[in-house]
Ligand binder design. Structure first.
Ligand code: ZN
Length: 136
């Protein structure tokens, strides 16, 4: 595998409504999309910052992994997403290298991209997302 760049940085927040004004009014970024991802029980807001996006994630259910994350650690940095060409083949390759995966196969994430998460237990503490398949 060879990631081309950081696709986005995921940040867990309690409320998009409360958080977006900081990004817009203080940082001067523009929220270009709010999208619900039912599969992950989150509502996401995206900001472009050069080639990298910032993805704010608000849980839509107490069962959401983001709700559990916030409960345990509070809001903040949640994951880093690497842009790759083929998420499934990279997941396969990592599995062969003994890396612990959260997703053995890709699924559809926000912006209709293929995504797959790698367990932080195998990445020295960083939740990594592989992201690809859509527009680059
Ligand atoms: Zn993400």
């Amino acid at each position: 595998m060879k990631p081309s760049h950081i696709e986005h940085i995921g940040i867990a927040v309690k409320s998009l409504e409360e958080t977006i004004p900081f990004y817009e009014d203080v940082l001067g970024l523009k929220c270009h999309k709010i999208e619900e991802v039912p599969d992950q029980m989150v509502k996401t807001a995206f900001f472009h910052l050069g080639q990298v996006k910032i993805e704010l994630l608000e849980p839509t259910s107490p069962q959401s992994p983001i709700a559990k994350f916030i409960e345990k650690r509070g809001p903040g940095l949640h994951h880093i997403a690497l842009a790759v060409k083929d998420v499934d083949s990279d997941l396969e390759e990592m599995k062969h290298k003994g890396v612990r995966l959260i997703d053995e196969r890709s699924r559809k994430g926000a912006e209709d991209l293929d995504i797959g998460f790698i367990h932080p237990g195998s990445t020295f503490g960083v939740l990594l997302e592989l992201c690809g398949g859509g527009h680059e």
